[in-house]
Design a protein around this ligand. Structure first.
Ligand code: PBG
Length: 326
């Protein structure tokens, strides 16, 4: 037959063994990080309705979740604290007895160095106005006054035993401020996972319930415009120059191009955060029978990996690590 195709890519797809052998990317537990919420004063974990299967932990249930994550060989855990009392300065963030600092201590006690223990370094969970920083009398987010709060929060987290802090507030100069504060107090070994390209995204919606956020308005004066890719790279470049050890793109799925460009350009590990709304979309569609849940989870994470992220924060971390074992 003329025109008979000599080249047949389908040969490498004919059975599961050959497909597995030539797979360019695969998931591994060690590159997954579990974001976890812990709320002051809870005796029992409390379900988050917008994120079915995800809970606000009590201190005790968080310890168990961390131990389980370590047992499954996860890369790390990223902690978010929810205080009972919030105020304008977000005082709970720098209080050694504050919920996040206590949770960091608990988790370190539980897992030692088996898991990278990370904490969100931001004020929005602690402020009564819900913004990521402190405000000017006119109500704008005050960049430089916020840097001082971040520096103090970084030191408080380091004193509690954190391995890695994740400054996520998108203030200019935040990585340099936190790095200088940590070094000044002898915490040279505490690393910084900088939320470099963090977009003002509708997909954070469910997170607001997860952290009992009191935010009115939006974060567009500090988080990035979804229209901008090059700006994301500039932000990451600055973070690296200021001393970031890893840089993160967030959200993940709507910004795979930014992940890919960052992975091509920078020689440091790129992390990506599959956020609350990405999780909620998969859960909602699966609950309706519109997509296959497990396949969709796997495909979404593999896409982020393929784009070039070497570390993935996902609410599915524990479940996927367990599935990879079986
Ligand atoms: C800020 C922070 C947010 C998330 C992580 N860190 C919320 C925001 O910036 O609005 C979102 C995570 C998610 O949606 O899963 N502390």
């Amino acid at each position: 037959m003329s025109g008979y195709p000599q080249i047949r890519p389908r040969r490498l797809r004919v059975n599961p063994a050959v497909r597995r052998m030539v797979a360019e990317n695969r998931l591994h537990a060690a590159e997954l990080v579990l974001p976890a919420f812990v709320k002051e004063g809870l005796d029992e974990p409390r379900p988050i309705s917008t994120m079915p299967g995800v809970y606000q932990h009590s201190r005790e249930s968080l310890r168990k979740a961390a131990a389980e994550a370590a047992g499954l060989g996860l890369g790390g855990i990223m902690l978010f604290g929810i205080p009972l009392h919030k105020d304008a300065a977000g005082s709970g963030a720098t209080d050694p007895e504050g919920i996040l600092n206590q949770a960091v201590q608990d988790v370190r006690q539980e897992v030692g160095d088996e898991l990278v223990v990370m904490a969100d370094l931001c004020l929005d969970e602690f402020t009564d106005h819900g913004h990521c920083g402190v405000l000017t009398p006119e109500g704008a987010v005050d960049n430089d006054a916020t840097l001082q709060r971040y520096a103090d929060m970084g030191v408080a987290l380091a004193e509690a035993g954190v391995h890695t802090v994740g400054p996520s507030g998108m203030m200019d100069g935040q990585v340099a401020a936190v790095r200088a504060a940590l070094d000044g107090r002898g915490f040279q070994d505490v690393s910084i996972l900088a939320y470099g390209a963090k977009y003002a995204s509708a997909f954070y919606g469910p997170f607001r319930e997860a952290v009992d956020s009191s935010l009115k308005g939006d974060r567009r004066t500090y988080q990035q415009d979804p229209a901008n890719g090059a700006e994301g790279l500039r932000e990451m470049e600055l973070d690296i120059a200021e001393g970031a050890d890893l840089v993160m793109v967030k959200p993940a799925m709507s910004y795979l191009d930014v992940i890919a460009r960052a992975a091509d350009r920078f020689g440091i590990p790129i992390a990506a955060y599959q956020i609350s709304g990405e999780y909620a979309m998969i859960e909602a569609a699966a609950a309706n029978g519109w997509i296959d849940r497990e396949q969709a989870i796997h495909e979404s994470l593999l896409s982020i990996r393929r784009a070039g992220a070497s570390v993935i924060l996902t609410y599915y971390a524990t479940e996927v690590a367990a599935a990879l074992r079986s």
